[in-house]
Design a protein around this ligand. Structure first.
Ligand code: ADP
Ligand code: MG
Length: 249
């Protein structure tokens, strides 16, 4: 298969990374469709975050291939991977506390994308429209003039998702997005993710099983850098191997 073309949005094949001989991700294959939500679960240390680090180019693979729209990501820099259409959110929100919601979104708007060139007033209108559109998706439309420091933890997480969405990635990767959120914020986040996959794919790492049930179509269970189980939520929930190493605890 390696070297051949694929219809998958993302095709990870034989991916391995060794840290001083320890394989945090080991000979892993993972395929994600267009407009899919893939949830990755697994015990601490399973290699979930490392997998995202490999896809976004933060960590370099020791072996294997990561194809995104048939482009080999393992040979690209982090910034090239962002430009190729892969957005990644880390566990802790990194918004600007002293900027407003509007300004946080505005500075994330991709520069040089506009067709209007020097006609700045038209470009400004396009940016404002896009900021308003995104703020609605992330439940912050009424808070555009609030400074980041006054947002709740959950609202900060949404704002950071918005800062990625404004760049219109084809693949968005989120590492434990609902950690620390209230129950109602978790429900709204599930709604948010279901909405944004009408035209993009999302990979979510999550521990909260209720949240996983709300969003997952396919669940991948990682254990010791390898796939332990994969399938629908029902399938993995009833898989004895998964119960033994993860859900049983
Ligand atoms: P998870 O996100 O599933 O909890 P991680 O991907 O963070 O797990 O870590 C997987 C394993 O790889 C852990 O044992 C961790 O200590 C190790 N690891 C991750 N990054 C590095 C690194 N840069 N150097 C050495 N070991 C690492
Ligand atoms: Mg992790």
């Amino acid at each position: 298969m390696q070297g051949s073309n694929t219809d998958y949005l993302l095709a990870v094949e034989n991916l391995t990374v060794s840290f001083d001989g320890f394989k945090a991700v080991s000979d892993l294959n993972l395929y994600v469709d267009e407009k899919d939500i893939r949830v990755i679960i697994g015990p601490n240390g399973a290699g979930k975050t490392t997998l995202l680090d490999l896809i976004c180019g933060k960590t370099k693979a020791s072996e294997g291939s990561i194809k995104f729209r048939n482009r080999e990501l393992t040979k690209m820099s982090e910034s090239q991977i962002v430009l190729a259409g892969v957005g990644r959110k880390f566990q802790t929100p990194s918004i600007y506390d002293d900027l407003t919601v509007f300004e946080n979104l505005e500075i994330s708007y991709p520069k040089g994308r506009t067709v209007f060139g020097a006609l700045t007033f038209l470009r400004d209108r396009a940016v404002i429209d896009r900021v308003e559109e995104i703020s609605e998706i992330i439940f912050l439309k009424d808070m555009l003039n609030k400074r980041g420091e006054y947002l709740s933890h959950g609202q900060k997480q949404w704002l950071e998702i918005g800062m990625l969405l404004i760049q219109d990635p084809d693949l968005l990767m989120l590492d434990e997005p609902v950690a620390g959120m209230s129950v109602s914020e978790r429900l709204k986040t599930a709604e948010l993710l279901n909405r944004i996959t009408s035209d993009r794919s999302v990979i979510v790492i999550e521990h909260d099983m209720k949240f996983v049930e709300d969003i997952a179509r396919t669940v991948t269970v990682l254990h010791q850098g390898k796939i332990l189980s994969e399938g629908t939520m029902d399938h993995v929930k009833n898989d004895p191997k998964v119960i033994e190493v993860y859900l049983g605890h």
